[in-house]
Design a protein around this ligand. Structure first.
Ligand SMILES: *Cc1c(COP(=O)(O)O)cnc(C)c1O
Length: 492
């Protein structure tokens, strides 16, 4: 199993090299040269634990990693830092099947991949005789940052630098990041939005001179963003696990089609469902849900991706994105693996901020459905589902639910569907609680944690325990054009 780049044909990239490197030299993303096919039955799948599913699915992509090493990674990633043995439980309400991906240490779905990435990274280091310290450089719209910090804090041979938009994340998200411990962690607020952070991080990655400077100091960059194949592949596993659970719970017969609805930002999560489908899992429609930053909705409805538009800060900040990096991988697959096409489209995105795909490519994405919901609609659904079904969704999940409801009304498609639930409501207390009742307005995010716990009579997640009073370990703030300097300063 080898990997190549979306922008250049390569023939010698192993999985562990791709994981170590993060992004290809010419700026492309690593993709498998051919999609593995599932080599187990649905009946088997329905009986496996999450760890077994992960092992079988990831093993197909990472066949270079020895069985016992992969098992080690999986067992250490998906252990009791998750608050349920199921790891990714499927919760059925009257109207929805919610795949809850928020039971990890930072209570958002990024934990699914970032709890295993450090293990994959260390394994990759060892397999390639890499002796330099790995520097994880990451831009975050809120959730990746903390999940990466949790994963990499105090991991020997690594350092981690996280940039987040100073005014673009929730109070709880910010507090989670700036209270991170560990000598190898560095967290910086940026006066800019997520796209500014991500673009600059990509520039730093592409800066050959800077890389050489750092190599002399015994450092090598890698990425924990979802452009790293080591993040994408672990995410494929939970679509298989979800399918198995739908069968186990009698919601689906083995072999029947299942739809998925995915609240989408950088396009990593939903791309993993596309990979699962290509591998042979009976997935039908992949419903891509956006908030008011509906660049993907427009793309799926018109074939034109156009980032020239106003950027909105919404109640679902982890999806406030105008450049969905992982879409590049989809473009590669739907263009018949044409690096030329990808280069043209990406050049056009860079110079004009937009591109249009061909009719053939559009034909190849007909199983995607794009939808979006604004904040008002999203909040109305949070209230409705809580009042009528007693299930409290976070804002991101609620965007997915809103789009799902619209999809059903529009198409009358009654295929059993899994709604991918990407964050715990405890992570976005203000938006969620005021959606349920306006009386909660004016109360701080932190106090609302207790109100929420009373409202849903659940356990407070460990991640939120005493969050307000933890010691602040990071208070650096910088401008966008100072980000590179910050990196140099930390890596003395
Ligand atoms: C990151 C994130 C998303 C978006 O996922 P992508 O893989 O970037 O599309 C959605 N919801 C939450 C809560 C997230 O943290």
């Amino acid at each position: 199993m080898l990997y190549t780049s979306t922008r250049q044909k390569l023939d010698n990239i192993t999985a562990t090299k791709a994981i170590l490197q993060g992004i290809s030299n010419e700026g492309g993303l690593f993709v498998p040269t051919n999609m593995p096919k599932m080599d187990f039955t649905i009946e088997e799948l329905a009986n496996w634990s999450y760890q077994e599913v992960a092992y079988r699915v990831m093993g197909l992509f990472f066949d270079e990693i020895k069985d016992e090493d992969l098992k080690y990674c999986i067992e250490h990633a998906y252990d009791d830092k998750f608050d349920t043995k199921e790891i990714a439980p499927l919760v059925h309400t009257k109207t929805g099947n919610f795949l809850e991906l928020f039971h990890g240490p930072t209570i958002a779905f990024k934990d699914m991949a970032l709890s295993i990435l450090p293990y994959l990274m260390l394994t990759s280091k060892r397999y390639n005789g890499e002796e330099k310290d790995i520097v994880i450089l990451t831009a975050t719209s809120g959730d990746t940052g903390k999940a990466a910090l949790e994963g990499f804090a105090n991991v020997e041979g690594t350092k981690i630098i996280v940039f987040f938009p100073q005014d673009g994340v929730s109070d709880v998200q910010k507090q989670q990041m700036v209270t991170t411990e560990g000598d190898n962690t560095f967290v910086v607020g940026v006066k800019g939005n997520f796209d500014d952070c991500q673009t600059t991080v990509k520039e730093i990655f592409g800066d050959k001179e800077f890389a050489k400077e750092l190599a002399d100091k015994n450092y090598k960059f890698s990425s924990a963003n979802s452009i790293n194949i080591g993040r994408l592949i672990p995410q494929v596993a939970y679509y298989f696990a979800a399918y198995g659970k739908m069968v186990r719970d009698g919601k689906l017969k083995a072999g029947e089609t299942m739809n998925v609805v995915v609240p989408t930002g950088n396009f990593g999560n939903i791309l993993a469902s596309y990979y699962a489908k290509q591998m042979g899992l009976p997935i039908g429609k992949m419903i891509c849900a956006s908030n008011s930053n509906k660049v993907l909705f427009d793309f799926f409805t018109s074939g034109t991706y156009d980032r020239n538009r106003a950027f909105f800060l919404t109640a679902s900040p982890s999806m406030d994105i105008l450049i969905s990096s992982n879409l590049e991988r989809l473009l590669y697959h739907i263009s018949g693996e044409s690096t030329e096409t990808v280069n043209d489209l990406m050049a056009s995105l860079k110079t004009e901020g937009k591109y249009t795909i061909t009719d053939t490519m559009r034909e190849n994405i007909k199983d995607f459905y794009g939808g979006y919901a604004d904040d008002e609609t999203t909040k109305a659904y949070i209230k409705k589902v809580f009042d009528e079904e007693g299930y409290l969704m976070d804002t991101h999940t609620a965007v997915a639910y809103a789009v799902y409801d619209k999809y059903i009304k529009e198409t009358k498609d009654d295929t059993p569907t899994v709604i991918v639930s990407t964050a715990s409501p405890y992570k976005f207390t203000h938006s969620v609680m005021t959606a349920v009742d306006e009386k909660y307005d004016g109360i701080s995010d932190f106090e609302l944690l207790d109100h929420m716990q009373k409202l849903i009579e659940g356990d407070m997640p460990k991640a939120m325990d005493h969050i307000a009073t933890r010691k602040i370990n990071h208070n650096t703030v910088c401008k966008v054009d100072e980000m590179k300097n910050m990196v140099s300063k930390f890596l003395v």
